[in-house]
Ligand binder design. Structure first.
Ligand code: ZN
Length: 389
């Protein structure tokens, strides 16, 4: 085997390099991907790009050790949230160290994890791995786990499928085995405009939107009563109407009204059931009445984005592994979403465990404690030893 001797960097040096690439989700990440690709190559690791449809962005997948299926994938997203409207003490894209903290956009979420993984590559390469360690770096996670989906679609086809996945989102190196899944819908109600003094000739889109929203409130109340999972705060699936827009003028029966609603689904909750119920309500309690006056009336319900909830099995091998590697004995549920449910639904059981605190993610002056990177390096070293045995 060719053990190329690449440059040895500390996780902090690598983090400084990664932070310097402005990979806000709306921008391209190819500079950062080229940097990682080149670094890996210098360590004798060949990686593959999985590009976005427009070619502006790319995921990267690499396998260290035996070039086959199985083993563990270390998953991280390369994109970061915008700094727009935030007041930073120093340049968000220049890593700044102060009192044991490293400041910069993405330090916690989640370039700190990627930097640690890259810093561990020489150690992974030095070992005689019996089980492969795969690296899976995605894009557009922050706008709905978009970029990882084409990568997952290639697992078991063009890319070797991992037996399990560790998603390194910031959990302060605690073991997270469950999170809720955000699902978002857009609803467009089309009625017929009329002078408000001749209301009987129109179909009031705002009124029908209100009926639909009242039905959503009933669903919300039921979810609160029926779904319970004590790992979460709150312990039920939430449902909220988050935006609304409608009407033209104070003397016109409104022709259109649009609103969005969002659920944060518990593991096991079926978002399709909620959508079906709203559709049925529209078909039975709104549309027939609307169409007696205006046959062109319509209600469109469209799912805008959906990240599946994640709940590991009680007997999950990867959860047991993460507990062993961290030396912990309890798992946690979190309220933010990750790529874990997507991997799990594709047949690679996942766990979430990574350096840094979620409280610092997305904030101005985002930071990660240097001690978190030290903890993560210890975790990765033990992972290397596990893969070698
Ligand atoms: Zn993240």
């Amino acid at each position: 085997m060719n053990h190329a001797r690449g440059p040895i960097y500390t996780p902090i040096e690598l983090l400084a390099r990664l932070v310097a690439f402005d990979t806000t989700s709306c921008k391209n990440n190819l500079g950062l991907i080229a940097f990682i690709e080149d670094y890996l190559l210098q360590h004798g690791v060949v990686s593959r790009r999985i590009k976005s449809a427009d070619g502006e962005k790319s995921s990267l997948y690499a396998t260290i050790g035996p070039a086959n299926e199985g083993g563990v994938a270390l998953s991280g997203h390369t994109d970061v949230v915008p700094v727009d409207g935030q007041t930073w003490t120093s340049d968000p894209f220049t890593l700044r160290a102060e009192n044991g903290r490293l400041y910069g956009r993405g330090t916690a979420d989640m370039k700190g994890f990627i930097a640690s993984v890259l810093a561990a590559v020489p150690d992974f390469r030095r070992r005689r791995l019996k089980r492969p360690i795969h690296l899976a770096f995605s894009y557009d996670e922050e706008i709905g786990c978009i970029g990882v989906r084409p990568l997952i679609a290639e697992l078991g086809k063009a890319l070797p499928k991992p037996r399990m996945v560790i998603v390194g989102e910031p959990t302060s190196m605690q073991v997270v085995d469950a999170h809720k899944g955000p699902v978002r819908w857009q609803v467009d109600v089309c009625g017929r405009a009329a002078h408000s003094s001749m209301a009987h000739l129109g179909v009031n889109a705002v009124s029908y939107a209100a009926r639909l929203i009242a039905e959503l409130e009933r669903i919300e109340a039921e979810l609160k009563e029926t779904s319970r999972d004590r790992r979460f705060d709150p312990p039920y699936t939430t449902l909220q109407v988050t935006r609304i827009e409608g009407g033209t003028a104070t003397n016109i029966v409104p022709v259109s009204c649009s609103f969005m609603f969002d659920i944060r689904a518990l593991p096991g909750q079926d978002p399709d059931a909620i959508e079906r119920r709203l559709r049925r309500f529209a078909e039975v309690h709104c549309l027939p009445e609307m169409r007696t006056i205006a046959p062109e009336s319509d209600i469109r319900i469209e799912r805008v984005n959906s990240v599946p909830p994640f709940g590991a099995d009680r007997t999950s091998e990867v959860v047991a592994l993460a507990l062993k590697l961290t030396g912990q004995n309890e798992t946690h549920g979190v309220s933010y979403a990750t790529e874990a449910g997507l991997f799990q639904n594709a047949g690679s059981p996942a766990v979430v465990c990574g350096p840094g605190a979620i409280a610092q993610a997305h904030t101005a002056d985002e930071w990660i404690a240097e001690s978190e990177l030290v903890k993560c390096m210890g975790f990765l070293e033990r992972l290397g030893a596990w893969a070698e045995a």
